[in-house]
Design a protein around this ligand. Structure first.
Ligand code: GDP
Ligand code: GDP
Length: 455
């Protein structure tokens, strides 16, 4: 059976592959040098270089997509660790805590050649407290002779140690099978209003943009007592705040309030924490210090939220301090630096004076609505038909590639699969995205478009 020359099974497969919602998150934690980054590389199939990073270089990328046995998930790599002033135990604990917090399951890596150390025991205590499923990876078992070393790790009380050589790939398949057994199909916290309780907001931004000030302002007297709400997790790092008559969950607020001053590795912790908060949230409110030039770090944070596929609002803070000149330059900067996210609702606020705080909730709601938008297939194809007729793809090599039909495979964020008769150029894809947005809204959300070409 074919549809415009496509095999129906291919069509269904493409739609299914594109249609996934938010993916479950696997965190890989452990002491430095046990082989976490090597293992993450192995899990993601080395599609992205992880270990090549030089020490001291800020690594802003900490989450990666992976697939095993036909299932997709995200991996949080905590290998960017660097020893700092807090000392080894505290540092390992801090990075593990953030990662575990955001995870649906954890791979705890121990160096089987070294055996369990006090630091390992400290991480075990954290894992117990968190109560997330754990798979114990006894790494550096490069051959059968190392298996006895692995067996010693039963003593950690985390169940069966899986002997693995991250370096050579030995045992990683069996270990990943064990991971998939405990990893839920979707993130533990549901993404949606129906059963998920309060919607989850990550308030993110580089240091000193005003996150804690904003949180204090909006929380004010409105902090909700967690126990009063049924079905909410008693997560001490999250905070329930009532805004605009609705209760919202601000995730990882402890990370905002706790002023941990780290020397080395501070940027890495900040990235890890931001990534963790974004993973836990449905919508990211990105705070920018409007008084200062938009920085590379601001852009990285925006990119992180976009790549995670979350709804997004951009709030320009410290508006009370802007003079006319700064306002002029800010507008120019926004155009050049944030042109690709022009779809994000924007609010100009002051955490100090409370200016436009009331505009925050409508912006968040608009972004979440865009994130959840579903375009019926009929409407989409009527739109595509007209679009393609009015603006055909440029002719290449004597042929004219055409979009034949399309469907929305998923939401949160909206994901489209378009089926085409030939290769569709990047420029034309961008054109289609722009027109989709003009037609259907999608305010405050990234949208994914994948194109399948007929054989
Ligand atoms: P991380 O700090 O936990 O991320 O550790 P890395 O992945 O950077 O690895 C630390 C060192 O251990 C590197 O020199 C790796 O090549 C080495 N290593 C990692 N996995 C294995 C393994 O399975 N066997 C052996 N022999 N060495 C490994
Ligand atoms: P965080 O590191 O992002 O949590 O930033 P803070 O909330 O600690 O704020 C950093 C500094 O900016 C503090 O001195 C705040 O008083 C100041 N600040 C925060 N928001 C505003 C604002 O809207 N206007 C002005 N003028 N200062 C602000």
């Amino acid at each position: 059976a074919t549809e415009e020359g496509f095999d129906l099974e291919d069509v269904e497969g493409a739609i299914e592959a594109a249609g996934h919602g938010p993916l479950p998150v696997l965190a890989v934690v452990g002491r430095p040098n046990v082989g976490k980054s090597t293992l993450v590389n192995r899990i993601i199939g080395r599609r992205e270089a992880v270990v090549e990073d030089k020490p001291g270089v800020t690594r802003d990328r900490v989450t990666y997509e992976a697939e095993w046995a036909g299932r997709r998930f995200k991996v949080v790599d905590t290998g960017g660790w660097e020893q700092d002033v807090l000392g080894i135990d505290a540092s390992v604990a801090a990075q593990a805590e953030y990662a575990i917090e955001a995870a649906d399951a954890v791979v705890f890596v121990v160096d089987a050649k070294v055996g369990a150390t006090d630091t390992d025991e400290a991480v075990v205590r954290l894992l117990r407290k968190a109560g997330k499923p754990v798979v114990l990876c006894a790494n550096k078992v490069d051959g059968p002779s190392g298996e006895a070393d692995a067996a010693y790790l039963w003593s950690l009380g985390l169940g069966e140690p899986h002997p693995v050589s991250a370096l050579h790939g030995r045992g990683t398949g069996d270990m990943l099978d064990a991971v998939l057994e405990v990893l839920p199909d979707a993130p533990e916290q549901s993404f949606g209003t129906a059963i998920g309780g309060p919607r989850r907001i990550a308030l993110i931004g580089r240091p000193n943009v005003g996150k804690s000030s904003l949180l204090n302002k909006v929380a004010g007297e409105e902090r909700v007592v967690v126990n009063e709400l049924a079905g909410t997790t008693r997560d001490p790092v999250d905070e329930l705040i009532e805004l605009g008559g609705v209760t919202w969950k601000f995730v990882d607020t402890a990370g905002i309030r706790k002023r941990v001053h780290l020397q080395q590795g501070a940027d890495y912790y900040a990235s890890l924490r931001t990534a963790a908060a974004v993973e836990k949230a449905e919508v990211a409110v990105i705070l920018i210090d409007a008084a200062e030039s938009i920085s590379v770090q601001d852009q990285r944070i925006v990119t992180m939220a976009v790549e995670a596929g979350r709804a997004m609002v951009i709030a320009y803070n410290k508006w009370d301090t802007l003079d006319e000149e700064r306002r002029y330059y800010l507008e120019r900067e926004i155009e050049t630096e944030f042109g690709q996210v022009a779809w994000a609702p924007r609010v100009n606020v002051s955490a100090r004076t409370g200016r436009h705080m009331e505009k925050l909730v409508p912006a968040i709601e608009a972004a979440l609505a865009g994130w959840e938008t579903r375009v019926p297939t009929g409407r989409l194809n009527a739109f595509l038909g007209e679009l393609v007729a009015a603006h055909p793809h440029p002719i290449r090599g004597g042929k004219q590639p055409r979009i034949l039909f399309g469907t929305q495979a998923g939401t949160k964020p909206p994901r489209f699969v378009l089926f085409a008769s030939g290769f569709i150029e990047a420029g034309y894809r961008r054109f289609i995205e722009r027109r989709l947005r003009e037609e259907f809204g999608f305010e405050g959300t990234p949208i994914h478009i994948s194109v399948r070409v007929r054989e």
